[in-house]
Design a protein around this ligand. Structure first.
Ligand SMILES: [Fe+2]
Length: 233
């Protein structure tokens, strides 16, 4: 059987493994040239993850506790597409984020901002037949991260996707339009090509903005190909 491998990413569209302004890349970047392996059947077609049941409130991070979380309620939606612009149905999307004050519910987060008893910050869902998805959550806050003096991460939501196979796995971060911290963020700016970098910035969306309820943001995700959504470094 003749296996068609995936196209390799165009230069400049993915973050460099070593990006000195993002300090921890120095510890994990490969020190020797990479050996390119051919894409075989197992990389192109599997494995497929995430067959556990998705809970009824897993897509709505504002309804996972007794009360509602503090913060600006938002609806994050979009489509997951493959390299030929075809929708990817039943892709598992998982997301995680800090609360509106910029604090993660995680033991390693020691930022002096309050936790929110009504917010865990994790969600998951499967895309529908047209590759669409929609989460309800609150807008995450900026937080300091000690990478350099006065280092603050722009507001972001972490995304993990399992597409049709191992090579369509994507771990990335979604940002918000107009965030003044973006040009100062070495994680965002580690993607050399500006166009590719800006694919990580969601767009404000009137169509999904709901009166008296929440602002809509659109974030389309492309797995592989020339227009691929960049990985996080
Ligand atoms: Fe984060």
């Amino acid at each position: 059987m003749d296996i068609q491998g995936y196209r390799r990413p165009a230069p400049g569209t993915q973050p460099a493994y070593l990006h000195p302004p993002y300090a921890s890349t120095a510890k994990r970047a490969p020190t020797k040239p990479l050996i390119l392996l051919p894409h075989t059947l197992s990389e192109v077609t599997g494995p497929v993850f995430g067959h556990e049941r998705i809970g009824p409130n897993d897509h709505d991070l504002t309804r996972q506790h007794e009360g509602e979380p503090i913060g600006e309620r938002i609806i994050v939606s979009g489509r997951v597409l493959d390299e030929d612009n075809r929708p990817v149905p039943e892709a598992l999307i998982e997301l995680w984020q800090c609360n509106a004050a910029g604090r993660y519910r995680h033991k390693n987060d020691t930022h002096g901002a309050p936790l929110d008893p009504n917010f865990t910050g994790c969600g998951r869902l499967l895309t529908d037949r047209e590759g669409r998805y929609q989460f309800v959550t609150i807008k995450p806050g900026a937080y300091p991260w000690r990478n350099h003096l006065n280092a603050w991460r722009p507001a972001h939501i972490h995304f993990s996707l399992f597409g049709a196979g191992l090579l369509s796995r994507l771990v990335t971060q979604m940002y918000f339009p107009g965030d003044p911290l973006l040009p100062y963020d070495p994680i965002f700016t580690s993607i050399p090509e500006e166009q590719a970098r800006n694919r990580l910035v969601s767009a404000f969306d009137w169509h999904t903005t709901e009166p008296e309820h929440a602002l809509g943001y659109r974030f389309d995700i492309i797995l592989r190909g020339r227009e691929a959504t960049p990985m996080e470094p």
